[in-house]
Design a binder for this molecule. Structure first.
Ligand code: HEM
Length: 254
């Protein structure tokens, strides 16, 4: 009987506790391999380059589409960690804000990290999916000195979210935001398993802008313009781009 009561209590305690799942997750769209954990409907994962001492990483956060804001901690705590907080603005574009806190109060914007929201982000299957390239994010300087995320070996990560309420000015990355309705410290994850040997090509394929256009081919023969001659028509791709500044000797044209 006593055994039964204990078992029952344990079962209820288990029910009250959020279930956590960890996985080595390969994103079906961008092909990156993440070490990730899911708890309370929030998934937080990181993908690293397979280089020694990388300075950047990709963070993936997924949450129900109705979430107010979702955030991840790269140091596994709220205080003294690089926090990445994301939400949708009025145009349903993802805004990402790097933050830092020295106390359990609203974290303030942190300068240093360079954030690029990758193409493979948005509302996917009813979930907000945020894929962020974070450059200068494997270490961060705050009032506790410089801290860093392990890039191999075990690392604690943490998450937090406000399930209902957006930041007060959703258009601004430095907006005020209200306290989380859920949060948790995730089980330690092996960062060696988050390393991607083809990180750069996979990230480049998801950059939001097309790669820079090739430079204009240099002219192999100098332009010699006879009187009344017409300039050759430019191919459309070149005509659309501003031509480099050239000085034309007007005497040649007369
Ligand atoms: C107005 C904003 C915020 C306030 C007032 C606030 C306040 C707090 C408080 C009081 C706790 C302790 C709760 C407890 O132990 O019961 C806590 C924990 C936590 N918070 Fe926040 N928080 C804010 C925003 C954030 C944000 C934006 C993140 C992450 C992106 C975050 C991540 C965490 C995490 C991971 C914990 C648990 C781990 C720890 O204690 O360090 N918080 N927060």
């Amino acid at each position: 009987m006593q055994f039964k009561a204990v078992t029952l209590l344990a079962a209820f305690a288990g029910l009250a506790q959020a279930q956590t799942f960890t996985s080595t997750y390969v994103d079906p769209v961008n092909g990156l391999k993440y070490q990730s954990a899911t708890e309370n409907g929030i998934t937080f994962g990181v993908a690293l380059p397979a280089t020694s001492n990388p300075t950047e990483l990709v963070v993936q956060m997924r949450a129900p589409a109705s979430v107010g804001w979702v955030g991840g901690s790269l140091g596994g705590s709220m205080k003294y960690s690089l926090l990445l907080v994301a939400w949708l603005n009025a145009q349903n574009q993802i805004v990402v804000s790097p933050r830092y806190a020295t106390d359990y109060v609203m974290p303030t914007p942190l300068s240093g990290p360079v954030i690029t929201v990758l193409k493979d982000s948005g509302i996917v299957n009813g979930e907000l999916k945020v894929n962020v390239r974070c450059q200068g994010c494997t270490s961060w300087a705050g009032s506790e000195g410089t801290q860093s995320i392990a890039t191999s070996g075990f690392q604690l990560l943490a998450y937090a979210a406000n399930s209902f309420t957006k930041p007060s000015t959703p258009s601004s990355a430095s907006s005020s935001l209200g306290i989380h309705s859920i949060f948790g410290i995730l089980p330690a994850l092996e960062m060696a398993d988050a390393q991607n040997s083809d990180y750069t090509s996979k990230v480049n394929a998801q950059l939001p802008f097309a790669p820079p256009l090739p430079l204009l081919p240099s002219l192999s023969t100098p332009l010699s313009l006879a009187a009344n001659s017409k300039l050759p028509a430019l191919p459309p791709a070149l005509a659309l781009r501003p031509l480099p500044h050239r000085t034309v000797d007007l005497a040649l044209l007369s």
